[in-house]
Design a protein around this ligand. Sequence first.
Ligand SMILES: CSC[C@H]1O[C@H](OP(=O)(O)O)[C@H](O)[C@@H]1O
Length: 353
Amino acid sequence: MAINVIQSVKLEDNLNTLVLLDQTVLPGKTEFLDLTTQEEIWEAIFELKVRGAPAIGIAAAYGVYLAAKSSAAENVDEFYQDFKKAKDYLATSRPTAVNLFWALDRMERRLKEETERNKDVEALKNALLEEAHAIRDEDEEVCKTIGEHALTLLKPEMGILTHCNAGTIATAKYGTALAPIYLGTEQDYNFKVYADETRPLLQGARLTAWELEQAGVDVTLICDNMASIVMKEGKVQAVLVGCDRVAQNGDTANKIGTSGVAILAKHYNIPFYVCAPLSTIDLNCKNGDDIEIENRGAEEVTAKWYSERMAPEEVNVYNPAFDVTDHSLITAIITEKGIAYPDYQDSLKKLFD
Ligand SMILES: CSC[C@H]1O[C@H](OP(=O)(O)O)[C@H](O)[C@@H]1O
């Protein structure tokens, strides 16, 4: 049964509009945003209207293309200045997911390579469009391959816990941590998925539960503080999570709460797998201490998710959007190039050979 998954980031056929699935109104509403300017795309990334490391990279690639396309520059130097201004601006939208910077840097490399060959501004614009499409198309293939590698570690009927949303809407298609769930469902693995709601923004409750329900997967929503009991009761045989940045020693930044899940998995002797496209592995980061953790606004914690306020208006709030799971807690890091096991200092580097 082929899974029918929604596309969360798409450049419209007119090539002037980036169409984004607005992830802040799911699951109640399925709405799409038509964005044309770098400012609109910056805001969509910052406000998590488009979210998930790979999806952020794809949106930024199309965003910098659209900005460059609107440039009135008549020579390559002016055009490059316009491109660089947009690239540097989009790079300020969120700090943790390395895919944002990986995608923007890749777009700049393509522009420089193309400029070596061609000084025609229109041709350079077309080269940027080509590269943005390639980033998106490759991500779909990468996610599917991650799913195939991950599936070799799983068995039919397994209970799987996941945290946040590393699903199809966080990528070009399939997702990373949810890719094996989708592929397994197509092969009747009949997984039982436990989705952490993932406070404060509830990506698990609002997005993962929604995605998997749509795909006919057996998904059970739990509060974050229930992860221990489902593990203790033997309901979970594996944990699968995504990532936003993996350091060269395997320390992994992912949605806040992930490190707690990893500690629980270690305690209950349950394998903890990180699903990581190579585009999310940052060998420039020695370890987790080198990863900038985004801090977000108080209202995300105190906001009205119900009819009444969640907490006193003026209460002090600490709202780190991510945390770092120590490499010692990670059983394996599953990539499109294969599965990396400790010692990650060596195994991750080998994936790039
Ligand atoms: C394949 S998505 C990876 C990662 O991105 C999410 O963060 P956010 O929702 O803030 O963009 C989450 O950490 C996912 O695991």
